[in-house]
Structures are given as C-alpha cells and as structure tokens.
Write a protein that binds this ligand. Sequence first.
Ligand SMILES: [Zn+2]
Length: 99
Amino acid sequence: MYSLPQLRASVWSERVTAVEKNEVTFVPNTCGKQLAIVNGYTFYLHMKHKSTVSWLCTSWGKCKARFTMKSDGVIKKVIPMHSHERPMFKIINGVFFKC
Ligand SMILES: [Zn+2]
C-alpha cells in the first residue's frame, strides 16, 4: 500500500492560507506517475534535483503555480497562485483518476 509522507511545510508563503498548510497528498495516477495534490490542485513531478524535487501545476503553461520540496519533506519554495479552477478528480483505492 502506498503511504502518505508526513510533511512539515514550514516555509509556505504567507499568502498561503492555513487551509493549505500541511495539505500535500501524494497519489499515483493510472499510469503510475506520482501526483501531488495541494488544496485541491494537482501537481506533477517536474524535476528531481540532488536534494529537492520540483512540482509544477498540471495546468502548467497557463498556470505558474509550483512548489519545491526538499528530500526531508520540507517545502522550500511555493508559488501558490493558480490561474484556474480546481481540477475535477477522484481518488479510488489510492489511485488518481481524472474526471
Ligand atoms: Zn494551477
């Protein structure tokens, strides 16, 4: 079973509301690719660096939202503003399905 990592999102931007704090969920999609869900928005793994991983909004191109997470789970850099509504999706048995 896939277990959710415990995140300590200590460096979130002050513009991020309390609801968004510590609310990062990781789920694989039907292709087995990892997605991160933050406050109802979905992110895909963009790049793995030495000690950080950067995640981009799945609407990247029209949306600039992204975040960077260190390997210890601390969120380092956040661009929290999305230019669109939350995507529609379901999580069934720990797997992400787009509606
Ligand atoms: Zn977005």
